[in-house]
Design a binder for this molecule. Structure first.
Ligand code: CAA
Length: 687
């Protein structure tokens, strides 16, 4: 008897159900249970047919991802699925919920598929650096055709039940209980067929076209092309040979560093959701209404996040004009989504109606959570939080979207520092996944639990961090960008640095990103800090000169690069080159050739080193939290797992040796190795 797979009887039908919470993943015990119970059904004289289903919300979320990278334990999933397909008694899949990866492959091995109306089906392996490894690339094309199979498998996105039916993957949609519907199918005398007996509908040119399209979009990823190879095998080889080819491609992807990085990227945000010190006993405060202060780019985007999640939000501004401008921008953003066919006119009105404009702080009196997104100045924040202290109800969570200022100092403007917390959204706030939540010294545990819960409700990846200049994300960004600038000062061109890092896998290089964000932002912050005689601020350089000349980046069609009207494509600009040359001359620097390896190493080692400092200071609770920040807020390539994971994969000893070598050569303070890094290497440990 298996504890994770059950055998029941409904008349002359065996109902086999997977019961392995939370998602019915196909770990060793489940595979063994399935194999045993399929065999039992074969030998059970009182059984003519089998219904296979899942208990709870999932049919099955596929292979147990935690088993990857460990020695494989028999039986293998392909063996289980082959046994199901070979069954002499019809096996009907009753797909009650998600059927993903190996979960869908299990269903594809059944002879007929009934799906509940809310089921979703997909082969997301490519997102984990894999290909479907249990017959998915060989069976799906037999049901859906090679073209559709390529699209489904290389995108990895799940299909809803209806779309799966239209594609030929599901045979029937159940109206009520899915097991009852499967029993009904058998009652009608339907017994289905073996997927392996079907032919693959494929055109020869489909594969070349797919490879060309994938090479363009998947930038360095190995598994999407392996998916196409496997599907081509399905179309050109006998069934069993195609299965063997798929298995061998699967195993080579399984052993790849990209798979390790992507699996890390899958688990890291789930880990980040568990904040050390905030156990499940700490209940979040109730958040039913929200206030947002400031209707600028950030405030407007934040208000949209709540409206999109069906949470009413009061949007406060000081002047009617600014409020109207903010609302118009929000509406224009929604209209742009509608123009792409992803939203209806009614939906726009519903969401706009959830955003209540206001010019009066008194309207925030009932809000459960207020998020301030006003001008980045401590004096302004003090005024606002002093006012919030007066108008907000007791127990309201008072959050600031500051990206640099101390939460503790802001909290000091109130008589309730325990209720004050940072919620650092990333621009555009309605799009970017990351929400860096910042706990101050006094932030209450239930306030921390509340902002993590809010992140989840509005579809963000929440990470809890501590207070320091720039928190986790921008602090590392600053260190990395300072190095990128140093490389240009020494002789690289901005486009060479950007290319080295996009070749590494970043969505954009540091200089193209600065142009997108606006050079004026950093320049103004540096100017403020220089005026305040901040000893840590960098000396003025060619970037400051660009900003002084009004070259703010994409928005002025000139920054580090120049831009043609209506285009976001960066074009190298001789004017920038001249400014850089003048800067080098003024500093007495003779430019030298800088190669790609040096660019990548200096930027990446610097990130790992700064990350190690952040860890040591307790600003981030775990190295993987730092990875989550960079993966979701800064376009770090997911297949590299995040900067800290990359450092570990590269070898912390190699990273440290590189840091020491750059320190010896460049002598600058940031190149001093973080003590934590040195200690870990000495002890032969990882982060
Ligand atoms: N293996 C192991 N653990 C898994 C898992 C899996 N396949 N899928 C989810 N989990 C775990 C999560 O880590 C999480 O654990 P904790 O609570 O300890 O953090 C728990 O199950 C719940 O998951 P979520 O928080 O993600 O819950 P959700 O309801 O938001 O989403 C889901 C559920 C849609 C199934 C989502 O978890 C998901 O997409 N999972 C991955 C599915 C996947 O990629 N499957 C393919 C596996 S590869 C494969 O199958 C290869 C093959 O060909 C044989």
């Amino acid at each position: 008897m298996s504890e994770v797979v059950h055998y029941g009887r409904q008349g002359r039908v065996a109902v086999i159900s997977i019961d392995s919470p939370p998602v019915n993943a196909l770990g060793q015990a489940v595979r063994q249970g399935l194999l045993d119970l399929i065999a039992r059904a074969q030998g059970d004289d009182e059984v003519d047919a089998v219904v296979l289903t899942g208990k709870g919300k999932a049919f099955s979320a596929g292979a147990d991802i935690r088993e990857f990278g460990k020695p494989a334990l028999p039986p293998s999933l392909p063996d289980v699925i082959n046994a199901i397909e070979a069954s002499g008694k019809p096996v009907i899949a009753a797909i009650n919920g998600v059927a993903l990866g190996g979960g869908l492959e299990l269903a594809l091995g059944c002879h007929y598929r009934v799906a509940g109306p809310f089921a979703s089906l997909g082969l997301p392996e490519v997102k984990l650096g894999l290909i479907p490894g249990a017959g998915g690339t060989v069976r799906l094309p037999r049901l859906a055709g090679a073209r559709a199979a390529i699209d489904i498998i290389t995108a990895g996105d799940p299909l809803k039940a209806e779309a799966a039916e239209a594609a030929g993957i599901v045979d029937r949609i159940a109206e009520g209980d899915v097991v009852a519907a499967a029993l009904q199918v058998l009652e009608e005398g339907v017994t289905g067929r073996r997927t392996r007996d079907l032919a693959v509908d494929a055109k020869a040119e489909t594969f070349a076209e797919a490879r060309a399209a994938i090479a363009k979009r998947s930038r360095g990823l190995v598994s999407p092309l392996a998916c196409v190879d496997a599907i081509e095998g399905a179309a050109t080889l006998p069934f069993d040979e195609a299965l063997a080819k798929e298995r061998s491609l699967f195993l080579s992807c399984l052993a790849s560093p990209q798979r390790a990085g992507l699996v890390h990227a899958f688990f890291a945000p789930r880990e980040a959701a568990k904040v050390p010190g905030i156990g499940p006993d700490v209940k979040p405060r109730k958040v039913e209404t929200v206030g947002v202060i400031g209707a600028g780019t950030m405030g407007g985007g934040i208000a949209m996040c709540f409206a999109n999640a069906d949470i009413p939000v009061t949007l406060l501004e000081m002047k009617a004009e600014a409020l109207e401008r903010g609302l118009a921008t929000i509406r224009a953003n929604y209209e742009a989504t509608r123009a792409k066919g992803r939203m209806t006119a009614e939906e726009i009105e519903t969401r706009m109606a959830l955003i209540r404009p206001s010019l009066d702080y008194a309207d925030l009196a009932g809000a459960d959570l207020v998020i301030e997104a006003a001008f980045e100045s401590m004096a302004v924040k003090h005024d606002i939080f002093g006012t919030l202290d007066l108008v907000c109800k007791p127990g309201a969570v008072l959050a600031t979207n500051t990206s640099t200022l101390s939460i503790d100092e802001i909290a000091a403007a109130t008589g309730r520092p325990q209720d004050v917390v940072g919620m650092h959204f990333f621009s555009p706030a309605n799009v970017m996944k990351l929400l860096e939540n910042v706990r101050g010294k006094a932030t209450a545990p239930d306030v921390q639990a509340t902002v993590m819960e809010v992140a989840r409700r509005i579809g963000k990846v929440g990470v809890m961090v501590g207070v320091c200049y720039g928190f986790v994300g921008n602090r590392i960004l600053h260190a990395r960008n300072r190095e990128a600038i140093a490389l240009v000062n020494e002789g690289a061109s901005p486009q060479q640095v950007d290319k080295a890092l996009t070749d590494f896998g970043f969505a954009m290089g540091p200089f193209a990103t600065s142009d997108l964000a606006g050079l004026d932002v950093g320049w103004r912050i540096r100017e403020e800090r220089r005026k305040a005689n901040d000893p840590e601020v960098d000396a003025p350089n060619w970037l400051d000169t660009l900003a002084e000349k009004g070259r703010f980046g994409q928005k002025t069609r000139a920054g580090i690069y120049r831009y043609e009207a209506g285009s976001r494509a960066p074009i190298p600009d001789a004017e920038t080159d001249a400014l850089i040359a003048a800067y080098r001359a003024a500093q007495g620097i003779a430019p030298r050739a800088v190669d790609e390896t040096e660019i990548v190493e200096r930027c990446m080692f610097m990130m790992v080193n700064e990350g190690a400092r952040i860890l040591e200071e307790g600003i981030a609770a775990r190295a993987s939290d730092i990875d989550v920040v960079w993966l979701n807020g800064y376009g770090f390539p997911a297949f590299r797992g995040g900067p800290m994971f990359w450092g570990q994969q590269h070898g912390l000893d190699r990273v440290l040796a590189g840091i020491d070598a750059f320190h010896a050569r460049l002598g600058t303070k940031p190149w001093q190795a973080a003590p934590l890094l040195r200690r870990l290497v000495a002890e032969g440990r990882g982060f």
